[in-house]
Write a protein that binds this ligand. Sequence first.
Ligand code: PGA
Length: 263
Amino acid sequence: MTKITKPIYLFANWKMYLDAKQSLELVKKIKLLQKKLPKNITLAVLPSALALSAVSAALKKSKVGVGAQNVFWVPAGGYTGEVSAQMFAEVGAKYALIGHSERRHQFHETNHEVMQKMEAVLTAGLIPVLCVGETRIERDRGETDEVVEAQLRSAFYKINWPATRPPIVAYEPVWAISKGLGKNAAGGHCDPSEAGRIHLLIGKILKGLLNNKIEPIILFGGSVRPNTVKEYLVQPHISGVLVGAASTQFNSWKEIINNSLVK
Ligand code: PGA
């Protein structure tokens, strides 16, 4: 076994799985675990909006980053139920997920709204983690590449991307997300070399769009499990993973982290 030496980003999307108490319990263990990790591993957790403030306070002085799962694009005002990027920044968020497929498909978020959120997040000083990915129908029609390209183009439309910062994008094929059994789930496992091909494509599109010379950070997401993480990370254009369900239990998250250290 050899050490994986490239920078690796392991982001935990807790979705609406954990309440504030459970989030705090989990993050305390992750904080201790992070101290033992090599420098090439970057960890971040994305708790619910309600738990974010307490989680970020618990992570003060820790290298574990905290991110919001969604933001509203207006800084403040009469928008019942929404939370702005500024508000998340104020309580310690560093990242914000933008355009997650569950937002796009369950809450009908459009490419235009995704672009507005990108702008708002950058203005608030947060780092956007833009999610892109095709549905099963789009894949079956052979439209994967054009769907991903359209999502990237519209999200970065008019965005003045800072030349010194790598963009972060998560490729999450919609059909592979939340398939409880990962590799064993019928039809839900994205072949790592196919994921690698899309990552390469995303990298090329981003370089053209942003005129940014820095290597982008491109994460893979879609039912990543302890037994599948390594096969994604060994792909040259995959810089890390965005994990949902398997990141909400300490043991499986720890196993994912440990399996990311060596190949
Ligand atoms: P999953 O979620 O690992 O539960 O499929 C990934 C995501 O939606 O970010």
